[in-house]
Structures are given as structure tokens and as C-alpha cells.
Design a protein around this ligand. Structure first.
Ligand SMILES: NC(=O)C1=CN([C@@H]2O[C@H](COP(=O)(O)OP(=O)(O)OC[C@H]3O[C@@H](n4cnc5c(N)ncnc54)[C@H](OP(=O)(O)O)[C@@H]3O)[C@@H](O)[C@H]2O)C=CC1
Ligand SMILES: N[C@@H](CC=O)C(=O)O
Length: 435
């Protein structure tokens, strides 16, 4: 027998429209495989008369009152796809207080206020799922929770912002400017309504904060990550890197090493041999290294209407199956640990250097700081492993505006890093590009 589940939704933009499209397209499969009919009872929006990309199902109520949805006694599950921080937190809290399970795609909120909402959901015996908040269409959070339950993750490296990856890919492939590429990403619906977080590394950091909790049991803070965005990267640097055998990517990295968790969000030169270098456009990729499985790579669209909606709806189905069952209210992530956190930028690693200085000058500056460089292509060099202090001194010697230094992915020399950490205090965080 088919059971009908009453669903309410907050937001009817890119993701909300995708939810409605997918609900329509997947209705018979959901009924056949799950024995469920998801009935969209109400949708709350900001502007009641704004044009919509898709039509509402017949009988669905459109309202500008969030309260009327989250306190509707008939609604069992609330989907939050409107974004915002305080409005969304208040709405989700009210929904949970009314005993409703909640599904959200809001990484800003989960990264910054997740602990409060998770505790409330637990007290209320309600589900709170947020698969779509990290890597859009890739089911990475549930994979980490379910499929790595007995495994031990040592490293997670991801391209987890579709907009940033789209911009860097377009700049590399076509030489288009940053602004042209951003405009195209906005038109495609990948960027946030205000794209600042996409390009500043903040969105990637929020996602890494959530991802790290699932992978290592350790929730990171923004001050531990201190993201560096991509706004200072030029199309010429992207193309020079490509000629030298690298792809520039806004990478989110977290690595457990000798009991410490090293993290970073920054533009990084990914060698062509790494599969992550071939994750282009709006595609995201999350590379996981673990004790039992070894290396695995999860790729797929990191943003966009129906791909993100698919993650939202899968969460809805799990929550729907839990309704009235003891499983309802089980935390999405149950991995907890206490690791001390450091910045990956404090490690000894290699850098890709962009400069218009002559090879003789750049070699002299490098030799002065006791490291070597190899010329890759014109104006682009690879360094031997160097400490953050060597890098900062080198940039000072060359002239602050004369060099851009991007870390080379997977190039940390852990033995040298350990030696340095026992012999000296950590120095201030490195400055990758001194403008
Ligand atoms: N776009 C994507 O690819 C992805 C987005 N996300 C996340 O999903 C969420 C939604 O993103 P997206 O669909 O792109 O956003 P949009 O800007 O396209 O849509 C937001 C929707 O929320 C409504 N809304 C906003 N503020 C309010 C409010 N105060 N009261 C009522 N309704 C409100 C808007 O109403 P109105 O239309 O009337 O203005 C609009 O329908 C965000 O948290 C985002 O970070 C996650 C993964 C991928
Ligand atoms: N703006 C985000 C949307 C998904 O989270 C992105 O580009 O990745």
C-alpha cells in the first residue's frame, strides 16, 4: 500500500525548481521502490509574484509565510532550499520544535550553526539531513557515514565549489577573464545569489567544515582554515600552469598526519597525473584515502538545479522511511574525534612560481634562501620543497608584487615537516600572493 507523506518546502529558486521537476519525474519510481507518495503541500517564497522556472504541482499552496509552512500540523517533512542564515535557522528550529524532520542544502548554516540544530533535532527525535550541502549532486556525506563506517579516513581532498571550478576551467581553456567566466557561472545557476562566498573560498570552507566532520569526526572552524580565494588568479597564470603540466584548482584539503589534522582551502597547482586535475567545469571531485579502501574518487556535478535536488530528495526519502520509527532522530554523522588542527600551508612543500623576473634573478633569490627552482615554461617555475619562512623571505627578496606562489598539491615532505616542527615554533601563516 502506498503511504502519502506531506512535504513543505522553503524556497523556489534554482534548487527548489529542481525539487519540483524531480518530484514529478520520479513519482512513479518512488512509489514503486519505496511505497511512498511525496505530496508537496506548500512552498514558501519571498516574492509571491516572481516568475518561476517550473509550474507548481496542482494543489500545492504558494505562500510568503514561512511560519505557515513550518508550523502546519499536516506537514511531516520540511525542505529548506532558500539559503540565508538567521531566517533559515529560525525556520528550521521551528519546524523541528513542531516535530518535523528537516532536509536542507544550506552549507553556510550547517557549517556555522549545525551543532545547535543537530542537538535540537536529536532532542526532538527528528531527522536533520543535509547531503546537498556538500558537492551538490555527489552523495558524499551519506557515503562517508554508511560506506566508511568501519574504515578510517586519512585524507580528503576535494574540488567542492562548482562555480570556482567552472571559472578556473574556463580561464584555462579559453583565456577568458575572471569576470567573464563568473558571469557565465551565474547565468548557469551555479553561483550563490551573491557569489562572494564562491570565489573567496568561504563556500568551499563551509563544505570542508562539514566534510571534515564526516571524514574525521572533527568539525573545523573558519579561523583554522583561513581560506584564500581565486580572485587574484589570472587567465594567463592558469594557461602557464597548464603548459607546465598543472591545473589550477580551488582545493579543499584535510589530511590526518601523526595525530594532527592539517587543512587548507586555497588555489593549488594540481599535477596532470592526478585525476582531480581532470575534474572540470561545474563538476566536483572528492578524493578519499582510507585504511581499508585505499584511494577512491567521487565525481559529479557540484551544483545545478536537478543534480542538487536529487540529493535533497534522497534525504527526503530516508527521512520519510524513518517517520514513526526508532531510527528517526539518529544523527546524520556519528563520527566524533578530537584532533589538533594545523594549516597545510605550514608544511614543507613545493610551489609553482609565476614571475616576470629573469631566470637569473629568480634563481639568485631562490639560492639565497637555500632552495632550487626548475624552469617549467616561460615565467613559470617549480620550487624544491621549502618552508613557509623560506617562501616568505624569497617573496620579499624578489619584491612583493613580482611573484605569485601557489602550493603544488600532494607535495608536502612530511619527514622535513616533522623535523622542522620539533626544531622551531610555527610561524605566521604564509602569504601566497602579496599584492
Ligand atoms: N544552486 C545550487 O546549485 C546549489 C545551492 N545550494 C544551496 O541551496 C540553497 C538554495 O540555493 P538556490 O536555489 O540556488 O537559491 P535561489 O536564490 O535560486 O533561490 C532561493 C529561494 O529562496 C527564497 N527565499 C529567499 N529568502 C527568503 C525568505 N526570507 N523568505 C522566503 N523565501 C525566501 C527565494 O524566494 P523568491 O524566489 O520569491 O525570491 C527563492 O525562491 C542555498 O542554501 C544554496 O547554498 C546547495 C547546493 C547547490
Ligand atoms: N554555489 C555553489 C552551489 C553549490 O553548493 C557552487 O558553485 O558549488
Amino acid at each position: 500500500m502506498t503511504e502519502t507523506i506531506e512535504v513543505g518546502m522553503l524556497g523556489f529558486g534554482t534548487v527548489g525548481s529542481g525539487v519540483i521537476t524531480r518530484l514529478r519525474q520520479a513519482a512513479s519510481k518512488i512509489e514503486q521502490t519505496q511505497g511512498l507518495r511525496l505530496h508537496l503541500a506548500a512552498v514558501a517564497v519571498h516574492h509571491l509574484n516572481a516568475p518561476r522556472a517550473v509550474e507548481l504541482p496542482i494543489g500545492t499552496r504558494l505562500t510568503d509565510s514561512i511560519q505557515s509552512v513550518v508550523s502546519d500540523p499536516h506537514i511531516q517533512i520540511v525542505i529548506e532550499v532558500m539559503g540565508t542564515l538567521t531566517t533559515a535557522e529560525a525556520a528550521i528550529s521551528t519546524a523541528l520544535q513542531h516535530g518535523k524532520s528537516v532536509i536542507t542544502a544550506n552549507k553556510d548554516l550547517i557549517a556555522t550553526a549545525g551543532a545547535r540544530l543537530i542537538a535540537l533535532a536529536k532532542r526532538q527525535h527528528c531527522d536533520l539531513f543535509y547531503e546537498a550541502s556538500v558537492a551538490g549532486g555527489i552523495p558524499i556525506l551519506r557515503t562517508l557515514t554508511d560506506s566508511y563506517a568501519t574504515d578510517s579516513v586519512s585524507q580528503v581532498v576535494g574540488i567542492i565549489n562548482g562555480t570556482a571550478n567552472y571559472i578556473l576551467s574556463v580561464m584555462t581553456a579559453t583565456g577568458q577573464s575572471y569576470q567573464q567566466a563568473l558571469t557565465a557561472a551565474q547565468a548557469a545557476g551555479y553561483a550563490e545569489s551573491d557569489p562572494t562566498n564562491d570565489v573567496s573560498g568561504l563556500d568551499t570552507s563551509y563544505k570542508l567544515m562539514i566534510l571534515s566532520h564526516f571524514a574525521f569526526g572533527q568539525a573545523l572552524t573558519l579561523s583554522q582554515i583561513q581560506p584564500i580565494g581565486l580572485t587574484a588568479i589570472t587567465a594567463i597564470e592558469c594557461q602557464q600552469a597548464a603548459q607546465a603540466g598543472y591545473h589550477l584548482k580551488l582545493l579543499a584539503e584535510a589530511q590526518q598526519q601523526a595525530g594532527q589534522l592539517y587543512c587548507r582551502v586555497a588555489p593549488v597547482a594540481v599535477p596532470n597525473q592526478s585525476a582531480l586535475s581532470r575534474v572540470n567545469g561545474v563538476q566536483n571531485g572528492v578524493a578519499v584515502t582510507s585504511q581499508a579502501i585505499g584511494h577512491s574518487l567521487y565525481t559529479g556535478p557540484g551544483a545545478g538545479s536537478t543534480a542538487t535536488a536529487n540529493s535533497v530528495l534522497n534525504d527526503v526519502l530516508v527521512a520519510a522511511q524513518h517517520l514513526g520509527q526508532p531510527a528517526c532522530g539518529t544523527a546524520f554523522n556519528r563520527n566524533q574525534a578530537q584532533l589538533s588542527v594545523r594549516s597545510l600551508s605550514q608544511t614543507v612543500q613545493r610551489y609553482l612560481l609565476f614571475t616576470k623576473l629573469s631566470t637569473i634573478t629568480i634563481e639568485k633569490c631562490a639560492n639565497n634562501r637555500h632552495f632550487s627552482i626548475t624552469g617549467q615554461t616561460r615565467n613559470c617555475y617549480e620550487s624544491s620543497p621549502i618552508t613557509p619562512t623560506q617562501l616568505a623571505d624569497f617573496i620579499r627578496l624578489c619584491g612583493h608584487k613580482a611573484v605569485t606562489a601557489l602550493p603544488i598539491a600532494f607535495s608536502t615532505d612530511w619527514a622535513l615537516t616533522a623535523k622542522r616542527q620539533t626544531s622551531s615554533k610555527p610561524v605566521a601563516r604564509e602569504i601566497v600572493k602579496l599584492a
